[in-house]
Design a protein around this ligand. Sequence first.
Ligand code: SF4
Length: 181
Amino acid sequence: MFDDIRSKKIVLIAHCLINQNAISDGTAVYPAAFSDLINFLMQNNIGILQMPCPELCCLGLDRGNPLGAASPVLVENTRIRSAMQQKETKDKLQKLIDYVMLQILEYRKHGFKIIAIIGANRSPNCGVETTSENNQETQGMGLFMEELAKRLYQNKIKISFLGIKSSDGMEKIKKLLRFAD
Ligand code: SF4
């Protein structure tokens, strides 16, 4: 089954890496997408599964703060982290994880290779190596990635996580190919 031309290789990526319109006010670094990353994935025949933006889905496009861009980024990110930890929001986050997990399980069931999960470092939700907490950029995962990692662990699934930032060069992106074999 699925023995057509498709590569059967996929990465999951944080929503805003392919759609900067979703990112919090004042923090977009490209008009549309991380073009180097997207071009690299296309050139290497790696399909892109765009995960939902947890902040947009749980807090809205303005994250519940129409003046968000007026605050320093790390201060606003810390506020967002705290808003995402309210009970009602946590439940919504789990539903988003369900939606992502359903797709991961389906692809794996049919023998597709999930090369990596690519997050956005510094994000309070999609950071992989760094996140935002206490008005600082700190080591560790954002809330969404942390929950996704837990769910993968519970399902005994190993997938590499990689976090990127606009300041990263191609070397970081090329690391992906090491996971592809
Ligand atoms: S990093 Fe995650 S939460 Fe933040 S804008 Fe991107 S997809 Fe949304």
